[in-house]
Design a protein around this ligand. Structure first.
Ligand SMILES: Cc1ncc(COP(=O)(O)O)c(C=O)c1O
Length: 429
């Protein structure tokens, strides 16, 4: 079937998608009786703090941690109040501090970078490649004698090239902390994401695949990393059998903060965890239904898939030949009833890409003294040039992004594919 200008909804043709847009809250829209039951148990037991209460009730947070570690195949998992907290705790736990550099990708939510600064280390930014995850070639170029760790991000559901990144890290004796905030339930070559590095950090924030509104998880198989993360995330050492006992070994306890997860959050997280595979399975099914119908389309290039089976399929991303085509393309899709968007627009602030990380570029700290940007250990403060990642921005400015909610029907998927086909056939002809 060939389409002409008149077929576009923009020009009076029939709209491709007739049903309302489903918002992208994959787990959030599935909150129901299971979550209510778990939360009511916490309230009925008056057991709102994981370490003690008036009754001797089993902790929801602990049950969630145990389920999560078993799912990932890691020895430990620690529940926290956010993924940002998990990232900071993981960095501190593996020994990152003043004087160290940590490499992060140029396309990730700003929290990945902010966690490095919270650990008082210098963020170094690496390009992403056509998978929109960290480019292993650029990563290796960014390693210096100060580099201590790498944070690959499994961005927008897609596994990073974690096998190559682990190989580079081990060769240079660097720590790896996986940021799995956006790829809960994903895998690479059959192994769960978050179980490759020294630690894996997950988010349960409301936009994420499963959610407790706010929340995070740190997974690790290393006993020392786990113990130190636990020490950091709990300022009063409530997790220790005797909070006031002297350290059992050097580095076991030290100044920490309060990043603990509450039992109410743990209750929701536990119920949501049981839905993880179903939610990811439905997103994968929907993405395949849409993408398979577009494989022969001329003019668009799909984002590189690093591992089809391990992609959590939260979205479909493709590149147009030129960035200047994105605005007309998305306007035409909106008219078709399809809420796809461009990813990078220089004039529109977005925390997900390096040129918009104003806090980093201008080194905006609460005070003007101290690590990482103004201290002896760090050496001269780096100059963060907003144009320093041309490969990443060259890809992002040509990108079209479409969310794939698990709640889409087969008809929705067919109509979305039809709309994209119509628009691409006419505008990219
Ligand atoms: C890639 C990435 N890392 C970290 C975070 C931070 O997660 P949280 O909001 O749970 O702190 C997010 C949240 O959007 C994210 O997308």
């Amino acid at each position: 079937m060939t389409y002409t200008k008149q077929d576009l909804a923009l020009n009076g043709g029939p709209k491709a998608k007739t049903s309302p847009t489903i918002p992208m809250f994959p787990g959030g829209l599935e909150i129901g009786d299971e979550e209510k039951k778990e939360v009511m148990e916490v309230l009925d037991n008056k057991y709102l703090f994981r370490y003690y209460g008036p009754t001797d009730s089993p902790s929801k947070v602990k049950a969630f941690e145990e389920s999560y570690a078993e799912y990932l195949g890691t020895k430990h998992s620690l529940a926290l109040n956010s993924c940002t907290s998990a990232l900071v705790s993981a960095l501190v736990a593996v020994g990152v501090g003043p004087g160290d550099e940590v490499i992060v990708p140029a396309y990730t939510f700003f929290a990945t970078c902010a966690a490095v600064v919270a650990a008082r280390a210098i963020p170094v930014v690496a390009e992403v490649d056509a998978s929109l995850t960290m480019d292993p070639l650029d990563l290796e170029k960014k390693i210096t004698k100060r580099t201590k760790a790498i944070i690959p991000v499994h961005m927008r559901g897609m596994p990073a090239k974690i096998d190559r990144i682990m190989e580079i890290a081990r060769r240079h004796k660097l720590k790896v902390i996986e940021d799995v905030a956006q790829a809960n339930g994903g895998s690479f070559k059959g192994k769960p994401l978050g179980s490759f590095g020294d630690a894996g950090c997950f988010s349960l924030q409301f936009h994420k695949t499963i959610t407790s509104g706010e929340g995070g998880v740190l997974a690790t198989s290393d006993d020392l990393t786990y113990t130190r993360a636990q020490a950091y995330h709990d300022v009063a050492a409530c997790w220790r059998k005797d909070r006031f006992a002297p350290p059992e070994f050097a580095g076991e306890i030290f100044f920490g903060v309060n990043f603990r997860m509450s039992e109410l959050t743990g209750a929701v997280a536990l119920a949501q965890f049981r839905k993880l595979d179903s939610i990811v399975g439905r997103m994968k099914h929907n993405k395949k239904l849409i993408k398979d119908r577009l494989l022969d389309l001329k003019g668009i290039q799909f984002r590189e898939v690093t591992d089809e089976a391990g992609d959590t399929a939260t979205c479909l991303i493709f590149f147009l030949p030129k960035g200047s085509q994105v605005s007309d393309f998305t306007t035409a899709l909106h008219a078709e009833g399809i809420e796809a968007g461009g990813i990078y627009n220089k004039g529109v602030p977005d925390w997900h890409m390096y040129p918009h990380w104003k806090m980093l570029i201008e080194k905006m700290m609460p005070t003007d003294k101290g690590c990482p940007f103004n201290c002896e250990q760090s050496g001269p403060a780096p100059n963060y040039d907003p144009d320093a990642c041309p490969q990443t921005m060259g890809l992002l400015e040509r990108s079209i992004h479409l969310d794939i909610p698990p709640q889409l029907s087969e008809k929705d998927c067919e109509q979305i594919a039809l709309g994209i086909r119509k628009v691409a056939s006419v505008l990219l002809a």
